[in-house]
Design a protein around this ligand. Structure first.
Ligand code: ZN
Ligand code: ZN
Length: 491
């Protein structure tokens, strides 16, 4: 560790890693560059934006048996929000990066191995879904980002400043994760690592909920309401986790990731007569966690079929989707570990020992959206979807111009949906899960009664038939009355 005096304010500034060349004075925000044995002040660094991250300078953890401390941070903004790269110093003096994007974490370290750096693709040719062999391992492009540095904090291994343009791509292979950083030129810097969680890193000295609320005015991951800056109606969202909003009333597209919600686009004309089975705000207890429907979108494929997707959030258990098609309901989760899929044309993919067969692929478009999402959603957004199946389980790869994701879905029975949501679930409108009306139930009953009564009739004719007819009318007439009442439950 090296301690210097800030040339601007005289406060102590520490360089804990020998690899660090820059530090930001925590008292006066001066950016201090370390050249040989001298330090100089190269100007003020912008303050970081409040982004609800629980990580802070000084947070400690363990990775692969090695202790680390967070010593610096670069905060970046790209089209779908902000993310942090936290600079970590391990006890053996090696360094790495803890990527932090709305609650999803990766831990990577720079690899200088010439074998891995050979034949890397040019930034311009990278597209989500494309595959590249890196040191003999097939990696798939998951995300391509053009970003801008907003601010820096603590100490860092290179010189950065607000406004710096950043070009990076993330690639995945099962649980392995690579970032290629093209910011300094055509030969990228390569960072290799894994997707991680703060629990798996046994993180300590995290900012607690109250500390975040004190600096942000809101609790991270708790449902909050704000007034739409465009029309004034209330919108629920999740600070720090799902702050990309589409106003349910005026359909303005909003970004609430900063302190003040920004209007990104005025609402397009959308037809509001969309069949919605689960309203925004509907809640359910699922596996002992309280979930709320925070976002809803309707999508259409190339052939015009439409279906609904509902985003559910729980402060304790995170996000998942409920998908409603003509075939019924399914529950879908984004996969942290990616299937092996040889190419976009391949008819099979494999995950954790199971082989999935391709069903179809199709283009899909968002035709309606409302509520809060954990990425930017707008009517007209196009996605190409590849679906695979094994038994009841489906895998889907979704590819846009910026991003690729994998998700896994399993069917959810109609009764299960009713049990979860109770009265908030008015699922009678969809497809084959039509509940039998009272009249239909009565008809089935009558058929059974007639058949049962017909059996003795073949043996000996009696007055049973008259009684059967009267019995059937007694069943059928009250059922007609009940159905007529049920059609207007709100009156
Ligand atoms: Zn200072
Ligand atoms: Zn509005």
């Amino acid at each position: 560790m090296q301690t210097v005096s800030c040339p601007s304010c005289g406060a102590e500034v520490r360089f804990r890693s020998h690899a660090s060349v820059l530090a930001v004075c925590e008292y006066c925000q001066s950016t201090i560059l370390k050249d040989a044995d001298s330090v100089r002040d190269v100007g003020k660094m912008s303050a970081v934006l409040e982004d609800y991250s629980p990580i802070q300078i000084g947070t400690a953890g363990v990775y692969d048996g090695l202790h680390f401390t967070v010593v610096g941070r670069i905060q970046q903004r790209y089209s779908a929000g902000t993310w942090n790269e936290w600079y970590v110093l391990f006890d053996d003096t090696s360094t790495g990066w803890l990527g932090d994007s709305s609650g999803l974490y990766t831990l990577t370290a720079e690899i200088a191995d010439p074998k891995m750096l050979a034949n890397l693709p040019a930034f311009a040719e990278l597209l989500p879904g494309r595959q590249y062999q890196i040191d003999g391992v097939p990696y798939t492009v998951a995300e391509v980002r053009n970003a801008e540095c907003i601010a820096g904090q603590g100490e860092l291994p290179f010189k950065v400043g607000a406004g710096w343009r950043i070009q990076v791509a993330d690639l995945r292979s099962y649980s392995s994760f690579i970032t290629l950083d093209y910011t300094d030129g055509p030969q990228p810097v390569l960072y290799l690592g894994f997707a991680v969680t703060l629990e798996s890193l046994q993180c300590q000295l995290l900012r607690d909920d109250d500390a975040i609320a004190k600096s942000a005015g809101k609790y991270r991951g708790k449902l909050e309401a704000l007034d739409c800056p465009s029309c004034g109606s209330g919108i629920k969202y999740v600070p720090g986790a799902a702050a990309q909003l589409v106003c349910p009333a005026c359909h303005a597209q909003l970004d609430a990731s900063d302190q003040e919600a920004q209007v990104l686009a005025i609402g397009k004309q959308v037809h509001d007569n969309v069949d919605i089975t689960l309203e925004l705000g509907a809640s359910a207890k699922i596996n002992n966690a309280d979930f709320t429907v925070i976002g809803m979108m309707r999508r259409a494929d190339d052939e015009g079929s439409q279906w609904n997707e509902y985003l559910l959030f729980s402060a304790r258990a995170g996000f998942f989707w409920l998908v409603e098609t003509d075939d019924g309901w399914s529950r879908s989760n984004v996969l942290p570990n990616w299937p092996t899929w040889p190419s976009l044309d391949a008819e099979r993919c494999a995950l954790d020992g199971a082989v999935y067969t391709k069903l179809y692929d199709y283009g899909s478009q968002v035709v309606y959206a409302a509520g809060a999402f954990n990425w930017k959603v707008a009517v007209g957004d196009n996605t190409h979807v590849y679906e695979f199946e094994q038994g009841q389980t489906k895998l889907a790869a979704e590819i846009t111009a910026e991003e690729m994701t994998w998700s896994r879905s399993v069917p959810v029975a109609f009764d299960q949906m009713s049990a979860w949501f109770g009265a908030a679930f008015h699922g009678v409108a969809t497809g084959r899960n039509i509940k039998l009306s009272h009249k239909q139930t009565a008809r089935i009953f009558i058929a059974i009664v007639l058949v049962l009564n017909a059996i003795p009739m073949f043996v000996s004719f009696s007055s049973t038939l008259l009684w059967s007819v009267l019995g059937c009318l007694a069943l059928f007439l009250p059922a007609v009355f009940l159905d007529n009442n049920a059609k207007n439950p709100h009156e």
